[in-house]
Design a protein around this ligand. Structure first.
Ligand code: KG4
Ligand code: ZN
Length: 339
């Protein structure tokens, strides 16, 4: 008998719902919140209010486009954390009450594990090679940067992580310095395509082992821009593509150095990338170049599964469902907490 899972994601500023039949995608609906644009970042209070407004229409749409009735659902999977507490509370409370009304179990999902497991969402009519265990995953999002050894669906170990900013934050904060809209990562990517990645070099902080640091790069960009703007107030406008290409190259190189180290240390050459920053064209290119250069077997997610989405929550929920790993009604969200 097929398992129908409804996934709900509400950890930050996207309200998303998705329905899977086993690991096969039937729908994936995402409502982006536009209210934060004028503030240069996500405003937690506004995010939870927008989730409250969006959650019913988004779930309704996900069920309708999957062409199933709510009574056919086997379980509801929801993001328990990490994320913004007020945002997580909306998805968690909705999942608990909906499941209680339907007399079905709930499955709590870790958002970061879900980013990784997005690689296992199968789409009808589309063939793709699924990662084989064990593989390494570079998870790069707005809040996290991790290298994870993925030993099984529910068995993961973090072997490296950022000690300060996340890669997405490095993109977004640099973009802010350049006067670009929030979130600036996609804009840096866009302008970088027309620029020279070697135009400028920025200082990077070296941290030991497989950990990352992006705060030195941020400071280096800040001082560089301050000095150049003193000489020419139009410096950014005149050199935007070169600046974006150089910043992107610095961030991608930092990620790649540690990922190569991790592959050498663990002897694993099956490599995946996940999270919002895995949409970055520079990173996608650098990873795919490693297929030829080092014989890596690489897994690059489709764009719809890079940034926050509920299909990844549903698939992570599906594999916990198979293990009978259910949560009870007393479950509460957590704002921090890794894999
Ligand atoms: O995974 P995600 O949607 O949310 C979190 O869990 O944080 O990641 C959002 C992050 C933002 O920092 C955004 O700027 C970044 O992903 N991002 C990108 C690109 N698309 C999204 N960064 C660089 N290049 C992109 N194309
Ligand atoms: Zn995310």
């Amino acid at each position: 008998m097929p398992v129908y899972i409804l996934g709900i994601e509400s950890s930050c500023d996207d309200t998303s719902a998705s329905v899977l039949r086993d690991n096969v995608l039937l729908s994936n609906i995402i409502a982006n919140q536009q209210v934060h644009k004028d503030f240069g970042g996500v405003v937690p209070e506004l995010a939870s209010r927008a989730h409250q407004q969006n959650i019913i229409p988004v779930i309704d749409k996900a069920l309708k486009s999957a062409n199933i009735s709510k009574t056919e659902l086997s379980a509801i999977a929801f993001t328990r954390g990490p994320g913004l507490l007020g945002s997580l509370l909306v998805g968690t409370s909705f999942a608990k009450s909906f499941a209680m009304g339907l007399h079905i179990p709930i499955v709590e999902v870790n958002h970061l594990k879900a980013h990784i497991l997005a690689h296992f969402v199968v789409q009808p009519g589309k063939k793709k090679k699924l990662p084989e265990f064990p593989f390494l995953c570079l998870t790069v999002s707005g809040g996290h940067t991790q290298i994870v050894v993925v030993k099984g669906f529910n068995e993961m170990q973090i072997i490296g992580q950022t000690i300060d900013d996340a890669a997405g934050e490095a993109f977004d904060k640099s973009a802010k310095m350049l006067g670009l809209e929030y979130p600036g990562g996609p804009f840096i990517d866009k302008y970088a395509k027309e620029g020279n990645p070697k135009a400028y070099t920025f200082a990077k902080t070296n941290v030991p082992d497989l950990n990352f640091s992006f705060s030195g790069l941020k400071t280096s960009i800040l001082y560089f821009l301050r000095d150049r703007l003193k000489e020419d107030s139009g410096f950014i406008q005149k050199n935007l593509p070169d600046l974006c290409a150089s910043i992107q190259s610095a961030i991608v190189n930092t990620l790649m150095v540690k990922l190569k180290m991790a592959s050498q240390q663990t002897g694993i050459n099956e490599i995946a990338i996940a999270g919002g920053v895995s949409a970055n064209s520079g990173l996608r290119q650098a990873i795919s170049d490693m297929q030829e250069a080092a014989g890596w077997k690489v897994h690059i997610p489709e764009f719809q599964f890079t940034t926050d989405n509920a299909a990844m929550i549903a698939v992570a929920g599906y594999y916990k469902f198979l293990d009978g790993d259910f949560a009870d009604q007393s479950v509460t969200p957590y704002s921090r907490g890794g894999i």
